[in-house]
Design a protein around this ligand. Structure first.
Ligand code: COA
Length: 213
């Protein structure tokens, strides 16, 4: 099982079932609530992983690739699940532990649930887990044209350190190489607390109702 030695940050919220309510109007009081839970993904999530991959990337990783992530002791694969949603897996994120580095290999939110703070919540959870695993920095590659993802990573302090020219085979697009350092420095614990607040506020602004477990 992946990341067995790492404790997961707690993210167990009560949320509105509507994926589109954005909180500009007063929050309704009579809406049923759903739990949004952060989980370490396992064999039982395989088909949901492939479905989410298809919805977000049009088939980036195969079912065998996800199986390898689940089996690998160096891979941490997290997901956000809302049990009553018709979508099995709302978001997923993965990093590989390589020496003292967290290599974030995938981050995706189902298109119906984007721009509601879930990507942010998941990135926060990946970085918190990496911190708890003793890793010292995080890195990832992102398409140069992917402004949404790049904005999200920059918001969390990632800096562009380089560019791989023609990295993506489908269209020859460049990859930006992003790094976030110092995640074992003492001040990073404070940074995590700040991000927790920002993450919670973003979910509220999106209209999600939640309570901390
Ligand atoms: C990138 C992705 C994971 C972001 O997830 P998300 O749940 O939509 O993002 P959030 O709602 O948490 O956004 C948090 C912040 O990131 C930034 N952001 C996210 N998407 C953005 C977009 N499309 N345009 C501009 N900024 C964006 C904003 O600063 C946003 O805060 P705000 O909504 O308060 O302005 C999601 O769009 C996705 O899955 N895309 C397809 C797969 C992909 O490209 N993955 C990244 C591969 S490296």
């Amino acid at each position: 099982m992946s990341n067995a030695q790492c404790s997961l940050p707690i993210l167990n919220k009560q949320i509105l079932p509507s994926p589109v309510y954005r909180g500009n109007a007063p929050l309704p009081t009579s809406v049923n609530t759903l739990n949004l839970t952060l989980q370490s993904l396992t064999q039982k999530h395989l088909s949901a992983l492939v479905e989410l991959d298809q919805a977000c990337f049009g088939g980036l990783w195969t079912i065998d690739a996800y199986q390898r992530e689940i089996d690998s002791p160096n891979s941490t694969l997290l997901g956000l699940i809302s049990p009553l949603s018709h979508i099995g897996l709302l978001a997923m994120g993965c990093f590989w532990s390589i020496l003292e580095e967290a290599h974030i290999t995938i981050l995706a939110v189902h298109p119906q649930y984007q721009r509601q703070g879930l990507g942010q919540a998941l990135l926060f959870s990946l970085l918190k887990t990496a911190h708890e695993c003793g890793l010292e920095r995080a890195t990832l590659e992102v398409r140069a044209s992917n402004l949404g993802a790049t904005t999200l990573y920059q918001k969390f302090g990632f800096k562009t350190a380089g560019r791989r020219r023609g990295y993506y085979k489908d269209n020859g697009e460049d990859a930006l190489i992003l790094w976030l350092g110092d995640i074992q420095e003492p001040q990073f614990s404070q940074t995590l607390e700040t991000w927790q607040q920002i993450t919670d506020e973003r979910l509220k602004l999106s209209g999600w109702l939640f309570t901390c477990s």
